[in-house]
Design a protein around this ligand. Sequence first.
Ligand SMILES: [Zn+2]
Length: 317
Amino acid sequence: MTSSSGSEPRFIGIDLSGLVLRASIVNNSGQIEERRKVKIVADQLVTQVTQVVSELRGLNSNIEAVGIAIPGLVSRQTDRVVASRDFPLTVREDLHAEFMTATGARVEIENDANAAAYGEYKVGAGRGSRDMFYITIGVGIGGAIILDGKLWTGASGFAGEFGHITIDTEGIECDCGNMGCLETVASGPSIVRRANERLYRDGTSSLSRLAINKNFTADDVAHEANNGDDFSMMMIERTGKYIGTGVAIVLNLLNIERVVLGGGVMDAGELILNPIIQEARRRAFQPCFEATQIHAAKLGADAASIGVAMLARDAAA
Ligand SMILES: [Zn+2]
């Protein structure tokens, strides 16, 4: 299906998070018109990006720019990936130039959480706000700050590392080297670890039966919680309290107008959103809490590809 609305510019947004390449043609209003999904082969990443860009350009001749959202630390100042746990091969000086040469297009690269934040800000749950804090909770926990319409990325490009704020000063060691980071208790894998640690004390949980046959996931905990399993509900509620504690810190620090929460763990819906809001209310400075709106994200898995396409559009302006 090629768009019928004439020569209006289009943008390609590519999201590389979750080891899957999601590419979309996005129009000027942030709507997806075409999408492609390819399983990533790490050492063929540039070729895979080039192929999908070329395929999408064949469908629409008005593509003005390409945005690529990468899981890892990305410096917009130098257009370089500084570190990436998922794609260590992207950490090289010439990656951005390679993308430009291979696709023949203007290319912007951005961290995947920043890209998703920008998508929610422009066309999702952040729409209508001026300042927004975005949180994504999945395998890891990321964050992004948008002030006055622009991503605020800090002195060297890495602001918003919400997952690495300290929640428990006596907590377990985190990948980042610190102890007791939010990510060590509230990410998907951390929920599973905490559930496993307690499960032997509660043999009546439907998770106990699941755990006999397979390794359960955070999705399973959310699913069982939604089916009314007390133990799973308690696990999700406690996770919400940890996240809400982090949100209270953000509210006190930024007095931010809106907080948007996305990522796989938020698929638990109200079961997790409600304790997040309650805990933020309990812990934040009251005037800061009252000035904010806390919402679940709206764009789901499309957030980063839409956001990075919009970033590519706005980078030229
Ligand atoms: Zn950490």
